[in-house]
Design a protein. Sequence first.
Length: 312
Amino acid sequence: MTTQLAREELSRAAAGRPSAVTIGKFDGVHRGHRYLVGRLLERAREQGLASVVITIYPHPITVLRPGTPITYLCSLEERVALLRSLGVDEVGVLSFTSELAQLSYRDFLALLVEQLQLRLLLVGPDFALGRDRAGNVEALHALGEERGFQVEVPLMLNEGVAKVGSDAIRQALARGEMETVTQLLGRPFALRGPVVRGAERGQRIGFPTANIAVAPDLALPKFGVYVTWAYLGEAAYPSVTNIGQRPTFDESRPTVETHLLDFEGDCYERELRIELLHRLRDEQRFPGVEELVTQIRRDVAAARSYFQEQRP
């Protein structure tokens, strides 16, 4: 079985010296991930090893069960940038392919030993790799003794009784509980993309909006209206963002449209990044445009009050 692609990708992530390694999906790079990487950095310094993080992409389920829909908490580019910002020596992307899925955990770990000079492997308590997920923590400990690397399993970060993990974040996102999402991520949930032309109804009713072309594989929160920060270049603007299907106009395709408060200008084709802070309300159908405008005015007033209350 060919492992050439995996070898090439791992070799690009090699630090050129014995390494402490952690491997996983790291979708969202949430507080639990950062806790694990922090422990990796500590142990690497103590043992004089390089620190290496390997993120697997795409999600294995897309290969193991083709056609299964999957959305991500952030793009791969953002994931890699967030991991690099934590101060590790190397971050590598390992493509999850059908060939990789068929590797035994012994062959997989052999690649890490050969390409990364693996000496210390840090994983979570429910970690498993290799064909049929046979490489659980117990198996990895035994193989480590045989191949000359250590395996450590740091305690997982918890909030109350719940593990800080991507599933918990997705559940809170699906409920629109942005304060919980922010707490678990360690930062506000963000969406980004180029501003594209829409129907321009907002301009005609006095509330121009920037329509963001968000990648279709990114997770969206529960449809509704949110208080947001909008980042355009170096500038940040308080804003109100509608995410959903605009039922008043009978549209079915989800859209992300943001009204920047106190902004004048053209932002078409520029990249806009929004941070979702607080949910104001559900999407709703209005009898007509006049009722919609009245509600938008209320939403803008509520957003201004929110930002006023958040000032120190």
